[in-house]
Design a protein around this ligand. Sequence first.
Ligand SMILES: [Fe+2]
Length: 434
Amino acid sequence: MLRVSETPARPAHETVFTVEATPLKFGPGASAEAGWELARLGARRAMVCSDPEVRRLGVTERITAQLDAEGIAFEVYDDIRVEPSDESFATAAAFAREGAFDAFVSIGGGSTIDTAKVANLISTHGGEVVDYVNAPVGGGRKPAGPLKPHLAIPTTSGSGSEATTVAVLDVRSQGVKSGISHRFLRASQAIVDPELTRTLAAEVTSSAGLDVICHAAESFLARPFQTRERPASPGDRPPYQGSNPVADLWSSRALEDGGRFLRRAVADRDDVEARGRMMLCASLAGIGFGSAGVHIPHACAYPIATGTHAYQPAGYPDDHPFVPHGHSVIVTSPAAFRFTYEAAPERHIHVAELLAGRPIGAGERGPETLPRVLSELMRDVGAPSGLRELGYEEDDIPALVQGALKQQRLLVLAPREPSATDLERIMRESLENW
Ligand SMILES: [Fe+2]
């Protein structure tokens, strides 16, 4: 018999999930309200993070003019790397500390928004970047309290960083990608303005859009949250919790819209409706994966992006070899979902149906259904056909597998956890998807 003073043993498995969303303001022309939003957030002196390309296009100045109009002082920081590292974050944090800002604005892609998150974190709470990086790569330190207001204005339609609590970085000393993740890193407000993406090259829209599709598909197919172990305390619950009914709503809507609008957005840069819907899609998927998480394709993408290759994508600056993030993610997605199919066949078929925009009949259903739908979409939007096109050969596979295995934080969220041998097969099948 249970005495009153005794409590029953905790269930071994998680029973709770959380979903949070960044307040979003969306629509063509919405960025003209940036000054008003920042004043509403109480800013008097803001650090404006923006990359040199966005600046060159005049987007940054259009927005800072509104800060002027509101009487908000600011300094622009544009030393933003495409793939941020612990060093580049530290440089931005030093700028933030010196400037004694009371608010942050980010205008750019995921790298820019992530840089603002970390500059805000370090200048508000002190410490070094690596202290806050997820364990075991870093110290896993949690911020002592909320950060200063941050207004995030994405200019690409990919990362969804405006909607997540994560900043992704390359930890140079350890040769590994990792992240800083905590709910306090979430931007206070996002402004998503489709007119800001009009200048993007088709290749950039393709890569960013395929990243969104992967965020949504990986989240929807992540292992269910209740199969994780229950954390010792609420503070130990990971940001990436596994699929759950609310994250599913966001992810499935992003898949449906991505299937409908990505081809159009890539084909015609003046199709503001399609580009806008892809931007919104990035935020929707960001809310979904900010709760459920991503797994195999993103784990494989890290070594693919950082490995030895000489890929020079069209549509991007040609000063150094570089694999756009979305293309590094999408190339292994057909093989990854072929591997995970048996863990949840119906959910894989559902993802294929959402992307294809039609029901899939009994005769067409199987492990190849989703890989086929993904490959068709990739081909239609000019994605590389696989690892070989990115400059990798069979001999490179062991190194890529080792790199992917370092991403245990992500791999544990796969509905079927891959061994080294499984990852080797996934990489091999991804050399050429067609
Ligand atoms: Fe991504």
